[in-house]
Design a protein around this ligand. Structure first.
Ligand code: ATP
Ligand code: MG
Length: 248
Protein backbone atom coordinates (compact mmCIF):
# COMPACT_ATOMS: atom_id res chain seq x y z
CA UNK A 1 0.00 0.00 0.00
CA UNK A 2 2.76 2.43 0.97
CA UNK A 3 6.40 2.25 -0.11
CA UNK A 4 9.04 4.45 1.47
CA UNK A 5 12.18 4.26 -0.68
CA UNK A 6 15.55 5.69 0.30
CA UNK A 7 14.04 8.65 2.13
CA UNK A 8 16.41 11.19 3.66
CA UNK A 9 15.99 14.67 5.14
CA UNK A 10 18.36 17.20 6.69
CA UNK A 11 17.61 19.95 9.19
CA UNK A 12 20.65 22.23 8.96
CA UNK A 13 23.57 19.96 9.75
CA UNK A 14 21.41 17.20 11.21
CA UNK A 15 20.51 14.24 9.01
CA UNK A 16 17.22 13.32 10.67
CA UNK A 17 16.54 10.47 8.21
CA UNK A 18 18.83 8.65 5.80
CA UNK A 19 18.08 5.89 3.31
CA UNK A 20 14.85 4.93 5.04
CA UNK A 21 13.17 2.11 3.13
CA UNK A 22 10.17 -0.01 4.14
CA UNK A 23 6.64 -0.93 3.04
CA UNK A 24 3.28 -0.83 4.74
CA UNK A 25 1.17 -3.70 3.45
CA UNK A 26 -2.57 -3.46 2.93
CA UNK A 27 -4.56 -4.48 6.01
CA UNK A 28 -1.65 -4.68 8.43
CA UNK A 29 -0.74 -2.82 11.58
CA UNK A 30 2.88 -1.74 11.24
CA UNK A 31 4.58 -0.68 14.45
CA UNK A 32 7.35 1.93 14.31
CA UNK A 33 9.65 2.12 17.32
CA UNK A 34 12.96 3.70 18.22
CA UNK A 35 14.63 6.02 20.75
CA UNK A 36 13.62 9.67 21.19
CA UNK A 37 14.85 11.72 18.26
CA UNK A 38 15.20 8.66 16.00
CA UNK A 39 13.12 10.35 13.29
CA UNK A 40 9.75 8.61 13.72
CA UNK A 41 7.59 11.74 13.69
CA UNK A 42 9.69 13.24 10.89
CA UNK A 43 8.86 10.14 8.85
CA UNK A 44 5.12 10.71 9.39
CA UNK A 45 5.60 14.39 8.49
CA UNK A 46 7.12 13.29 5.17
CA UNK A 47 4.44 10.67 4.42
CA UNK A 48 1.66 13.15 5.19
CA UNK A 49 3.24 15.85 3.02
CA UNK A 50 4.23 18.35 5.73
CA UNK A 51 7.91 17.91 4.81
CA UNK A 52 9.47 17.18 1.43
CA UNK A 53 12.41 14.79 1.70
CA UNK A 54 15.84 15.77 0.32
CA UNK A 55 16.20 12.32 -1.17
CA UNK A 56 14.06 9.28 -1.87
CA UNK A 57 10.38 8.86 -2.67
CA UNK A 58 7.14 7.79 -1.07
CA UNK A 59 4.67 5.77 -3.14
CA UNK A 60 1.03 5.25 -2.19
CA UNK A 61 -0.74 2.51 -4.16
CA UNK A 62 2.09 2.66 -6.68
CA UNK A 63 1.99 6.44 -7.29
CA UNK A 64 4.51 8.98 -6.07
CA UNK A 65 3.14 11.31 -3.40
CA UNK A 66 6.45 12.99 -2.51
CA UNK A 67 6.08 16.76 -2.68
CA UNK A 68 2.28 16.67 -2.84
CA UNK A 69 0.50 19.11 -0.50
CA UNK A 70 -1.00 17.54 2.66
CA UNK A 71 -4.65 18.11 1.66
CA UNK A 72 -4.12 16.17 -1.58
CA UNK A 73 -2.54 13.32 0.32
CA UNK A 74 -5.57 13.26 2.64
CA UNK A 75 -7.82 13.06 -0.44
CA UNK A 76 -5.83 10.10 -1.74
CA UNK A 77 -6.57 8.21 1.47
CA UNK A 78 -3.86 8.90 4.07
CA UNK A 79 -4.52 10.71 7.32
CA UNK A 80 -2.70 11.00 10.63
CA UNK A 81 -2.88 12.05 14.24
CA UNK A 82 -0.27 14.23 15.94
CA UNK A 83 1.99 13.44 18.86
CA UNK A 84 0.76 16.58 20.62
CA UNK A 85 -3.00 16.69 20.28
CA UNK A 86 -4.00 19.21 17.66
CA UNK A 87 -7.65 20.05 18.30
CA UNK A 88 -9.76 23.21 18.60
CA UNK A 89 -9.82 23.34 22.39
CA UNK A 90 -12.48 26.04 22.74
CA UNK A 91 -14.93 24.31 20.42
CA UNK A 92 -17.25 21.52 21.50
CA UNK A 93 -16.14 17.97 20.76
CA UNK A 94 -18.52 17.61 17.82
CA UNK A 95 -17.37 20.95 16.35
CA UNK A 96 -13.94 19.43 15.75
CA UNK A 97 -15.48 16.65 13.69
CA UNK A 98 -17.86 18.96 11.83
CA UNK A 99 -15.02 21.19 10.68
CA UNK A 100 -13.21 18.21 9.18
CA UNK A 101 -16.36 16.78 7.62
CA UNK A 102 -17.47 20.03 5.98
CA UNK A 103 -13.95 20.50 4.64
CA UNK A 104 -13.99 16.93 3.43
CA UNK A 105 -17.24 17.38 1.51
CA UNK A 106 -15.72 19.72 -1.03
CA UNK A 107 -13.71 22.25 0.86
CA UNK A 108 -16.30 24.77 1.96
CA UNK A 109 -19.37 24.67 4.13
CA UNK A 110 -21.61 25.94 1.31
CA UNK A 111 -20.51 23.23 -1.07
CA UNK A 112 -20.71 20.69 1.74
CA UNK A 113 -24.29 21.66 2.48
CA UNK A 114 -25.15 21.45 -1.19
CA UNK A 115 -23.81 17.95 -1.44
CA UNK A 116 -25.07 16.71 1.90
CA UNK A 117 -27.61 18.44 4.09
CA UNK A 118 -26.64 19.68 7.54
CA UNK A 119 -28.42 16.83 9.28
CA UNK A 120 -26.56 14.20 7.30
CA UNK A 121 -23.24 15.77 8.25
CA UNK A 122 -24.35 15.99 11.88
CA UNK A 123 -25.41 12.33 11.85
CA UNK A 124 -22.09 11.31 10.38
CA UNK A 125 -20.25 13.28 13.08
CA UNK A 126 -22.34 11.60 15.80
CA UNK A 127 -21.58 8.19 14.28
CA UNK A 128 -17.86 8.92 14.47
CA UNK A 129 -18.22 10.06 18.09
CA UNK A 130 -20.13 6.87 18.93
CA UNK A 131 -17.34 4.81 17.43
CA UNK A 132 -14.84 6.36 19.85
CA UNK A 133 -17.43 6.43 22.67
CA UNK A 134 -17.60 10.20 22.95
CA UNK A 135 -21.23 10.82 21.97
CA UNK A 136 -22.13 11.86 25.52
CA UNK A 137 -19.47 14.55 25.45
CA UNK A 138 -20.47 15.84 22.00
CA UNK A 139 -21.33 19.34 23.21
CA UNK A 140 -18.63 19.73 25.84
CA UNK A 141 -15.73 22.05 24.98
CA UNK A 142 -12.62 20.03 24.20
CA UNK A 143 -10.64 21.86 26.92
CA UNK A 144 -13.02 20.38 29.52
CA UNK A 145 -12.65 16.70 28.58
CA UNK A 146 -9.85 14.44 29.88
CA UNK A 147 -6.62 14.02 27.90
CA UNK A 148 -7.52 10.43 27.17
CA UNK A 149 -10.83 11.50 25.61
CA UNK A 150 -8.96 14.12 23.57
CA UNK A 151 -6.79 11.34 22.15
CA UNK A 152 -9.88 9.40 21.10
CA UNK A 153 -11.30 12.56 19.55
CA UNK A 154 -8.07 13.06 17.56
CA UNK A 155 -8.53 9.59 16.10
CA UNK A 156 -12.17 10.34 15.25
CA UNK A 157 -11.10 13.57 13.49
CA UNK A 158 -8.48 11.68 11.49
CA UNK A 159 -10.87 8.92 10.39
CA UNK A 160 -13.54 11.47 9.39
CA UNK A 161 -11.71 11.67 6.03
CA UNK A 162 -12.10 7.89 5.59
CA UNK A 163 -8.40 7.10 5.25
CA UNK A 164 -7.24 3.80 3.79
CA UNK A 165 -3.98 4.33 5.67
CA UNK A 166 -4.01 5.87 9.14
CA UNK A 167 -0.80 7.09 10.79
CA UNK A 168 -0.97 7.24 14.60
CA UNK A 169 1.82 9.11 16.40
CA UNK A 170 2.01 7.86 20.00
CA UNK A 171 -1.75 7.67 20.56
CA UNK A 172 -1.33 6.40 24.13
CA UNK A 173 1.50 8.65 25.38
CA UNK A 174 0.82 9.67 28.97
CA UNK A 175 -2.19 7.37 29.36
CA UNK A 176 -2.82 4.75 32.06
CA UNK A 177 -2.99 1.04 31.27
CA UNK A 178 -6.77 1.08 31.30
CA UNK A 179 -6.92 4.11 29.01
CA UNK A 180 -4.37 2.48 26.71
CA UNK A 181 -6.66 -0.56 26.41
CA UNK A 182 -9.47 1.66 25.17
CA UNK A 183 -7.25 3.03 22.40
CA UNK A 184 -6.16 -0.51 21.61
CA UNK A 185 -9.79 -1.56 21.10
CA UNK A 186 -10.32 1.37 18.71
CA UNK A 187 -7.20 0.47 16.72
CA UNK A 188 -8.28 -3.17 16.47
CA UNK A 189 -11.78 -2.36 15.27
CA UNK A 190 -10.39 0.09 12.69
CA UNK A 191 -8.19 -2.67 11.37
CA UNK A 192 -11.13 -5.08 11.32
CA UNK A 193 -13.01 -2.51 9.25
CA UNK A 194 -10.21 -2.60 6.67
CA UNK A 195 -8.04 0.38 7.66
CA UNK A 196 -4.30 -0.11 7.30
CA UNK A 197 -2.40 1.39 10.23
CA UNK A 198 1.13 2.60 10.93
CA UNK A 199 1.64 3.17 14.62
CA UNK A 200 4.45 4.93 16.48
CA UNK A 201 4.67 3.85 20.12
CA UNK A 202 7.00 3.69 23.08
CA UNK A 203 4.89 1.28 25.14
CA UNK A 204 6.50 -2.05 24.31
CA UNK A 205 3.85 -4.44 25.57
CA UNK A 206 1.26 -2.50 23.60
CA UNK A 207 3.16 -2.29 20.30
CA UNK A 208 4.42 -5.86 20.45
CA UNK A 209 0.88 -7.12 21.10
CA UNK A 210 -0.90 -5.21 18.37
CA UNK A 211 1.59 -5.03 15.46
CA UNK A 212 1.84 -7.52 12.62
CA UNK A 213 5.32 -6.22 11.80
CA UNK A 214 7.68 -3.71 13.33
CA UNK A 215 10.21 -1.27 11.87
CA UNK A 216 12.93 0.00 14.19
CA UNK A 217 14.55 3.40 13.62
CA UNK A 218 17.73 4.60 15.27
CA UNK A 219 19.43 7.93 14.47
CA UNK A 220 17.39 8.26 11.28
CA UNK A 221 18.10 4.78 9.93
CA UNK A 222 16.11 1.55 9.82
CA UNK A 223 18.11 -0.88 11.95
CA UNK A 224 15.62 -3.76 11.96
CA UNK A 225 12.33 -4.90 10.46
CA UNK A 226 10.33 -8.01 11.22
CA UNK A 227 7.67 -9.72 13.28
CA UNK A 228 7.44 -8.66 16.95
CA UNK A 229 8.90 -11.99 18.11
CA UNK A 230 11.92 -11.45 15.85
CA UNK A 231 12.38 -7.82 16.90
CA UNK A 232 12.52 -8.58 20.64
CA UNK A 233 15.36 -11.04 20.00
CA UNK A 234 17.30 -8.76 17.66
CA UNK A 235 20.69 -7.89 19.21
CA UNK A 236 20.91 -4.47 17.57
CA UNK A 237 17.44 -3.49 18.73
CA UNK A 238 18.13 -4.64 22.27
CA UNK A 239 21.30 -2.56 22.32
CA UNK A 240 19.84 0.54 20.70
CA UNK A 241 16.46 0.62 22.30
CA UNK A 242 15.02 -2.20 24.36
CA UNK A 243 17.91 -2.53 26.77
CA UNK A 244 19.45 -5.74 28.06
CA UNK A 245 16.82 -6.07 30.76
CA UNK A 246 13.89 -6.22 28.35
CA UNK A 247 11.81 -9.34 28.91
CA UNK A 248 9.47 -10.23 26.06
N1 ATP B 1 11.35 20.94 11.82
C1 ATP B 1 12.50 20.56 12.35
N2 ATP B 1 13.56 21.40 12.39
C2 ATP B 1 14.73 21.02 12.95
N3 ATP B 1 14.96 19.82 13.49
C3 ATP B 1 13.95 18.94 13.47
C4 ATP B 1 12.66 19.26 12.93
N4 ATP B 1 11.86 18.17 13.07
C5 ATP B 1 12.59 17.23 13.68
N5 ATP B 1 13.84 17.68 13.93
C6 ATP B 1 14.93 16.91 14.55
O1 ATP B 1 14.99 15.66 13.89
C7 ATP B 1 15.26 14.61 14.82
C8 ATP B 1 14.17 13.57 14.77
O2 ATP B 1 13.01 14.12 15.39
P1 ATP B 1 11.63 13.34 15.47
O3 ATP B 1 10.67 14.27 16.11
O4 ATP B 1 11.29 12.81 14.15
O5 ATP B 1 11.99 12.15 16.47
P2 ATP B 1 11.05 11.03 17.10
O6 ATP B 1 11.63 9.72 16.73
O7 ATP B 1 9.64 11.29 16.71
O8 ATP B 1 11.25 11.25 18.67
P3 ATP B 1 10.22 11.12 19.91
O9 ATP B 1 10.16 9.67 20.26
O10 ATP B 1 10.86 11.92 20.98
O11 ATP B 1 8.91 11.67 19.47
C9 ATP B 1 15.42 15.29 16.18
O12 ATP B 1 16.80 15.50 16.41
C10 ATP B 1 14.66 16.57 16.02
O13 ATP B 1 15.17 17.57 16.87
MG1 MG C 1 7.95 11.75 17.73
Amino acid sequence: MLSVKGVGIKFGGLRALKGVTFDVKEGEILGIIGPNGAGKTTLFNIISGLYTPDEGIVLFKGKTITGMPPHKIVRLGINRTFQTTSLYFNLPVIGNILITLTGWYRGSIFKALKEKNGEEIFEEAMKLLKFVELEELAFTPVKNIPQEAQRRLSIAVAIATKPKLLLLDEPTAGLTLEETDKILEIIKSLRNNGTTIALIEHKMRFIMGVSDRIVVLESGEVIAEGKPEEIVKNERVIKAYLGESYVA
